[in-house]
Structures are given as structure tokens and as C-alpha cells.
Design a protein around this ligand. Structure first.
Ligand code: ZN
Length: 407
């Protein structure tokens, strides 16, 4: 017993547990016979493992430090597989595996398209889909009627077999699903004629799915046990109904709130009006008060989306009022606005003509006070010669030369 375990791992005698573990990991990966092609790699690997087995166990390390040996138990080396497994994968990975339980059926996904209104108000939808369902002939166990599945002789019903295996990362316990019964722990000697021993057959299933009010795009409804039946009486999977909501032409949804962007004219905003707002229950008349400012929000309480988890509560519908400034004015509109500007002492630009734009000359703002009395005349007549060029130019000249019928 001349082996120096500390030298084998390349650590000094005072090395901490974590230093030993680190050194071991590095060396084990370096000297693993699957990786390292040197002829003595397997021997080195065995020595490294042995050294680690001793030095990672406080009691055995103490004995080794005192006596230079750990006695007979030190020779075999591979006492604690879990420790080696743990060194590579962490404790959680050790011992994972199924034990004789029948496999569960797969979960299924069904994509369901509904309208905007259906998502908010809720609905019931009938869906039809193909599914592996329990075989009626054998009741799902896969055995021909009159016979029973027997305990698997290879795994004695455990559903898994254990073995020791060399891998890239070291030697470890290898727990695999039993190849004979495929994890069931039971085998069918005389299979059912209908399902050939599978215990399930393909069918079309029709279901009523209740869509709760307030559901949104991307939500999934889980229907337990409506997925695939498990093979040979295994538990069924779930059916996930993935909901897709069609957009609304004018309403936007943000969670429980609905947003409607309304647009009114400047006169409507100033004088007040009534607009029709779409809701999921139909159109609703909404008053826009005189003097409404751009960006004003009118809230229709309780006209939004129901809360999924709070019965009876609903979000609001927010009407955002935009005020549209006309980009083109008829003669009459322009005259009216100029009269308004006069009356409210606002300075407005002179009407721009084609000729001004071509030569890049901007019309000078003119105080409306100076023109008092000129309102109502065709604009430009009070100005210089340049503006007159636009008037016969027609629609191509500027926005304001259209005839009054456009209004
Ligand atoms: Zn069957």
C-alpha cells in the first residue's frame, strides 16, 4: 500500500473537501478511458477513483492519514456510486427513474379560433379531434378478454433494470426502463385483437368546451384526462385548448381594458357632439362635451373585459378622443375659419398659392386685424400678385382652390 492518494489527486495533505472534489472531477474527466487513449488510462482512472473514495470520506481519510492505509475496504474503490454520480450530476439526478408505473398518455393541443366578442362574453364551442382512446374490447389492459397481463419476469414488475456502465463522464449506475415490459412491470401474453395489446385505439372525440368570459389570445384551457389514453391502462394525458382570438376592426384590447380611438372634427370638439362607440354588446351613443381637448379620455365603466378570476367584475372601455384638423378646406370652410380667426384675434397665414411654393417664397403671416373687413372675400385678393397665380391653377395648385361642394 504505497499509493499516495494525495499525490494521485495532485492535492496536498491539508486540502479541503471541495479542493479534493474539484481535483477529482478534473482528473476523472481527463483520464476517463473513453476519452484518454493512453494505454494506462484505465489504471490511472481506477487509481483516481480509489483515491477519491478514500479522501472524500472523512472517516476513511482520517484513518489513511494515521495509518497510511484504509484496510481491506479501501481496495475495491467503488463503494459509493451515488457519490460519483453526484460529483458529475448533482444529487437530484441520482436515483431518478420510473418504477413499474404504466406510462401516461400524451397531452394533446387543440388550436381554437374564436371571435373578439366570444372571448369577452364567453361561449361554448364544440370541438372534434382524433385521439388514442381506451380500447373497449380489453378495457385498456391490452390482454385478450379472458386473459390477464402477467408480471414481467425480467424486472419482476419493477419496470426498470439496473446496471453499471462506463460513460464519458465516469462509471455510474445505469437505471433503464425494462426492455421487456417497457416500464409497465407487466406483460401481455395474449394480446387483445382490437388494439394488438396497446390497450388503446384511435378514435374521433367530440367535446363541448366552455370558454369563460375574459379569455385572451394565447390562453390555454386544460381539460384533464381528455388527452391520449396511456398504453395498457396508463393514465390519460390532458387536452390543452389553445385559444386564438380574432382582432376587432376598431376596438383594441389590453388585458381587461378596451380602447377605442374616436375622431371628431374641430367644430365638434368645440361645440360638442354625440358619437357612436362600438362595444361588444353593440353600438353606444357617447356624448363628447363642448370644449373637448385632444387626447381626452371618456371612460365607459364596465364595458370592458370581464376579469377571469373575479366574477362580476369588468374592465372599462376607454374612448380616446382625437381631434382632426382638416388638411384641405373648401372655399366656404376657409372663409368660415378666417372669420373665426378674426373673431378670436388669431393670426393666420395667408393662403399659399402654387407660384409661392415653386419659387420657395413663404407667404408672410398677416395679422388678421389688418385685414379686418376683408373676411369673406376670396383669399389672396388682398395680397400681392403672386397668389393670384394659384386661383386659376385649379386643384393642382393648392388645397384651397377646390369648389365648395367638397364640404
Ligand atoms: Zn384492446
Amino acid at each position: 500500500m504505497a499509493i499516495d492518494y494525495y499525490a494521485t489527486l495532485g492535492v496536498d495533505r491539508g486540502a479541503s473537501d471541495s479542493d479534493i472534489k474539484k481535483a477529482y472531477r478534473r482528473l476523472a474527466q481527463q483520464w476517463h478511458p473513453d476519452v484518454n487513449q493512453e494505454p494506462d488510462a484505465a489504471v490511472r482512472f481506477k487509481e483516481i477513483n480509489e483515491a477519491y473514495q478514500v479522501l472524500s470520506d472523512p472517516e476513511r481519510r482520517q484513518r489513511y492519514d494515521l495509518f497510511g492505509t484504509v484496510g481491506s475496504e479501501g481496495g475495491t474503490g467503488f463503494g459509493g456510486f451515488a457519490d460519483i454520480f453526484d460529483a458529475f450530476f448533482g444529487a437530484a439526478a441520482a436515483g431518478a427513474g420510473r418504477r413499474g408505473r404504466p406510462a401516461a398518455g400524451s397531452d394533446l393541443r387543440y388550436d381554437l379560433r374564436i371571435t373578439f366578442e366570444e372571448a369577452i362574453l364567453g361561449t361554448v364551442k364544440e370541438i372534434e379531434f382524433p385521439v388514442l382512446a381506451r380500447c373497449d374490447t380489453c378495457g385498456g389492459n391490452g390482454a385478450k378478454p379472458g386473459t390477464q397481463p402477467i408480471t414481467c419476469p425480467q424486472c419482476n414488475g419493477r419496470g426498470e433494470v439496473r446496471g453499471v456502465r462506463q460513460t464519458m463522464l465516469g462509471q455510474m449506475i445505469n437505471v433503464t426502463t425494462c426492455p421487456r415490459c417497457k416500464g409497465d412491470g407487466k406483460i401481455v401474453e395474449t394480446p387483445c385483437d382490437t388494439c394488438h395489446g396497446e390497450g388503446r385505439v384511435e378514435r374521433r372525440r367530440t367535446l363541448q368546451v366552455t370558454i369563460p368570459p375574459g379569455i385572451d389570445e394565447g390562453h390555454q384551457i386544460r381539460l384533464a384526462n381528455e388527452g391520449e389514453a396511456g398504453p395498457r391502462s396508463g393514465p390519460a394525458g390532458s387536452l390543452y385548448v389553445a385559444v386564438h382570438v380574432a382582432p376587432h376592426p376598431t376596438l383594441k384590447r389590453e388585458g381587461t381594458e378596451l380602447i377605442y380611438e374616436a375622431s371628431v372634427g374641430i367644430a365638434q370638439a368645440a361645440l360638442g357632439t354625440t358619437i357612436l362607440v362600438p362595444t361588444v354588446e353593440g353600438e353606444e351613443s357617447v356624448e363628447v362635451k363642448a370644449g373637448t381637448q385632444p387626447g381626452t379620455e371618456i371612460r365607459l365603466r364596465g364595458k370592458g373585459v370581464p376579469y377571469l378570476r373575479r366574477a362580476g367584475q369588468r374592465g372599462d372601455l376607454h374612448v380616446l378622443v382625437d381631434i382632426e384638423v382638416p388638411q384641405r378646406l373648401s372655399r366656404e370652410q376657409r372663409a368660415a375659419l378666417e372669420a373665426y380667426a378674426d373673431a378670436s384675434d388669431e393670426i393666420v397665414s395667408e393662403q399659399a398659392g402654387l407660384f409661392d411654393r415653386v419659387i420657395g417664397k413663404k407667404p408672410a403671416p398677416k395679422r388678421s386685424k389688418a385685414r379686418r373687413g376683408a373676411a369673406g372675400e376670396p383669399a389672396g385678393s388682398a395680397g400681392g400678385g403672386a397668389t393670384t397665380a394659384a386661383t386659376p391653377g385649379g386643384a393642382s395648385g393648392s388645397a384651397d382652390v377646390e369648389d365648395g361642394t367638397a364640404a
